[in-house]
Design a protein around this ligand. Structure first.
Ligand SMILES: [Zn+2]
Length: 265
């Protein structure tokens, strides 16, 4: 076991850090240097990106997630980014937003639904970008669905699902959300070179490893972390099969266990 802050090497010879989560003090991790960003996989589609000045929390499905690496009341983001309305993505975002004051950045209809629950929100929609103090957010298309199940089992539709492009401190991070493969991913990669892409590979509800490999070819990112796999038995896409398939794409694929981190410059 390695403890908080100690590094160890994976088979990919990338230095990983056991996450040191920020508590309410807002204290920075000793590893968080100006030119170094740290991404921690929290399980399923949830991730935590620590930059020099902000802490971004993606799709925080923690409560009820059998693979979650941290409890919802232990995390302290400055912004929450949510790709679509399904419960395994919205997750604990309202509770975390209320506790920390972090706004939830997401699509229009979903932001209305979250605001009605007294969360702080910032809404955008597909194709639009917005500048924030930390940089820029763009909402991209994703091919999936976006709803919550109301009492009685009826789905309430919450607009269209999205991918999110975050440009901050000279780096670009793309969270694809849940999506099928689509060739316009090329345009996302053309718009701004992607440093880190978070791509679903679990199959059944999203791309599987084969489609995700094609997505890597379209997006041309430097680094990729496969997400949305293995949380439940239905998500059978194998990250190691994805690593094999994606050899030769030029991207470095990082298979992170929930709770593992990678740093990238
Ligand atoms: Zn979904």
């Amino acid at each position: 076991m390695f403890s908080c802050g100690q590094s160890h090497r994976t088979y990919q010879a990338k230095i990983l850090f056991k996450p040191c989560y920020h508590q309410a003090s807002g204290e920075r991790s000793p590893y968080q240097q100006e030119n170094n960003m740290k991404f921690t996989y929290l399980g399923h589609a949830a991730g935590y990106l620590e930059t020099a000045s902000e802490r971004f929390l993606f799709d925080p499905f923690l409560t009820g997630n059998p693979k979650a690496s941290i409890r919802a009341d232990r995390i302290d983001p400055t912004y929450i980014l949510v790709t679509h309305g399904h419960s395994d993505h919205v997750g604990d975002s309202v509770a975390i937003s209320k506790r920390t004051g972090a706004p939830i950045i997401t699509t229009f209809e979903l932001s209305q639904w979250l605001e009605a629950q007294k969360a702080k929100v910032e809404s955008l929609n597909h194709g639009g970008s917005q500048d924030f103090s930390f940089g820029r957010i763009t909402i991209t298309i994703a091919f999936h669905s976006s709803s919550v199940t109301e009492e009685g089992g009826r789905p309430l539709y919450l607009g269209e699902p999205a991918g999110i492009v975050l440009e901050t401190e000279g780096r670009t991070i793309y969270h694809a959300g849940d999506t099928a493969l689509f060739s316009d991913m090329r345009l996302i990669g053309d718009e701004t070179p992607i440093d880190l892409a978070l791509l679903p590979i679990g199959d059944r509800f999203t791309m599987g490893p084969k489609q995700a490999k094609k997505a890597v070819e379209f997006l041309r990112p430097k680094h990729v972390v496969p997400i949305h796999h293995g949380t439940f038995p239905a998500l059978t896409g194998d990250p190691h099969e994805f690593v094999k398939l994606a050899k030769g794409t030029g991207a470095e694929i990082h298979v992170l266990q929930p709770g593992e981190s990678m740093s990238f410059t």
